[in-house]
Design a protein around this ligand. Sequence first.
Ligand code: ADP
Ligand code: MG
Length: 255
Amino acid sequence: MTTAVLKVDRLCKFFGGVRAVNDLSFEVRQGEILGLIGPNGSGKSTTVNALAGIYPVTSGEILLAGGHIQGLPEYERVAMGLARTFQTASIFPEFTVREQVTLGCNATLQSHPLSSVFGIGRHPGEDEAVAARVADILEITALDAVADAPVGTITAAQQRFLMIATALASEPKVILLDEPAAGLVSHERRTLIDLIVAIRDKGISVLVIEHHMALIMEVCDRIVVLNFGSMIAEGTPEEIRNDKAVIDAYLGEAA
Ligand code: ADP
Ligand code: MG
């Protein structure tokens, strides 16, 4: 039996006359990596932004662990277990990698988010638990070697992994990744693949948008394909690779 962690039901998002997402239904199941692919402009980022609560949807429903979340602000969705990565690297470039992830963890606790950085207003027992969680996150995101480096000094790829680490710090049920491999070179993509699998193996579901087809085909359990805002196919990587509608949609794109 598979249960849906995140369910999208008849979602529409129109920008004026542009039907960016049109009557889209799919689910992200417990413990799976779901790929969302499609040609440029097919509605992938709009879908992720609608899920995250960046803007209101035109119609349709979004359910997280069975509860309706459409209409809730972004921070409430995060608190309920929906995490996404952000473009901006860090508010405090002088903070270390460890401090940045610790801040993300503390956002979910009772203490003030800055308490373990500044050592004030702590709740008993939280510090060790947070330190262990941070160490675990730094290890799976391959950031343990730069844990004590200021965020402003790490490489662009490490900044990318730090964004995923910060998203993991909120203890999500599902994590949304919009083009996480953009700008990464081959060995960094390998680290990213290992990381996405490690996240899934921790029981966190992953929704990943990515242009890099080899990565998608290797890492995803299932794939949903969009074209002009609607789903044109859904299946395993093998099924998607051989799907006529998918091949036709991509033939229009420079391969
Ligand atoms: P993808 O991520 O698949 O490349 P997008 O979701 O970014 O596609 O875009 C889908 C469609 O919606 C495109 O036609 C795009 O121009 C349009 N669109 C996206 N965001 C906006 C916006 N904020 N305002 C107006 N149109 C938008
Ligand atoms: Mg996009």
